[in-house]
Unconditional design. Structure first.
Length: 340
């Protein structure tokens, strides 16, 4: 019985393996949105003084905790980096009519996330400091997928499923801050600052699965629609301040040349200790004749963060199929007789 079943399975695998496979290409566009579970997906940073090295990274929220507020509050900003239009291209090969493998590339046209924070800073920025934060991310991710067709090869309607490993290969997360102060350095004079940072990512791995249905318009062209779910957290590599304009007493100054690398660049690592370039373990900054200063010519080191790119998406597109028989030369072709 077992031998008979094994024989049947082997015959079926051979038949399927030698069925007519095909090379195909997909082009698609759609819309992506954060996963249904609400999470604080976007992050920003909150300044502490005029030196960027004192800033802290916090979730993007809306808040007014100033003493002068009629009603103090804090609220989550359920926004994410995965919101926006998406475009994808993939190429694949069906090893049989039911199973194929493909390689794809996807990019997103991001929708910006925004948050406003109002609080009191009694040291530098004064009361009722307002920080308007805007953040978004753009990049390209690749995927390696297995695709499964759930129909006969001759069917007009083609239900399918797909499972993919997602690998972001390039990307930048941008933060822009507009800071408004009414009593800068306790001078009773207003000041403002415009700051922009760019965060580069390091190698990250995620997963994507989709289910869809296609309709064969012709033998070679298929239109399809699908829904997809993605689980992906992109790990931070380095953050660099690319803009820091401070306006005070009617004069705007570019502050970047005045800062050291320690203030302008943050390197994210998975472990901090006493040898790390950080003040977390007692190292000081610019203390004369000290042997325990941080290295101002090297990036500040912080524990690594991860930005949430988990999402649901809806896509429509076209599949172009090339049958293997078109790529093979016909064998034993007989010459066509020519009659006078």
């Amino acid at each position: 019985m077992k031998k008979g079943l094994l024989t049947v399975v082997c015959i079926w695998m051979v038949v399927v393996s030698f069925a007519q496979p095909g090379l195909y290409f997909n082009v698609a566009g759609g819309y992506s949105m954060p996963a249904l579970q609400q999470t604080q997906q976007a992050i920003t940073f909150q300044p502490n003084g005029t030196d960027p090295a004192g800033s802290t990274i916090i979730p993007l929220i809306n808040q007014n905790i100033s003493d002068s507020a009629s009603l103090k509050f804090k609220s989550n900003a359920y926004q994410g980096y995965s919101t926006g239009g998406i475009f994808s291209f993939s190429a694949g090969y069906f090893i049989n009519p039911y199973v194929g493998f493909e390689f794809g590339m996807t990019t997103i046209v991001p929708q910006k996330s925004r948050g406003t924070s109002i609080y009191d800073d009694n040291v530098v920025l004064g009361p009722k400091v307002r920080i308007n934060s805007t953040t978004w991310s753009h990049g390209i991710s690749t995927s390696i997928s297995a695709r499964f067709n759930a129909c006969k090869p001759s069917a007009k309607v083609v239900p399918y499923g797909r499972f993919a490993i997602v690998l972001p290969v390039w990307g930048t997360t941008v933060h822009e801050l507009d800071i408004q102060s009414t009593d800068f350095l306790k001078t009773k004079m207003p000041a403002s600052a415009q700051i922009r940072t760019e965060t580069k990512s390091v190698v990250s791995v995620g997963f994507n699965a989709s289910a869809g249905v296609g309709y064969n318009i012709t033998k070679w062209v298929r239109v399809f629609g699908e829904v997809a779910g993605q689980y992906l957290f992109v790990r931070s590599g380095t953050t660099t301040i690319t803009k820091y304009n401070l306006t005070f007493n009617g004069e705007t100054n570019d502050m970047i040349p005045t800062y050291s690398t320690f203030s302008k660049v943050t390197e994210f690592v998975d472990r901090l200790d006493e040898n790390s370039n950080t003040t977390a373990f007692g190292k000081t900054r610019k203390v004369p004749n000290s042997t325990n200063n941080v290295n101002e010519d090297a990036p500040r080191q912080e524990l690594r963060r991860a930005a949430n790119f988990s999402a649901f998406s809806f896509n429509v597109g076209l599949t172009f199929t090339i049958d293997n028989r078109l790529l093979k030369k016909k064998k034993n072709r007989q010459p066509v007789p020519v009659h006078p």
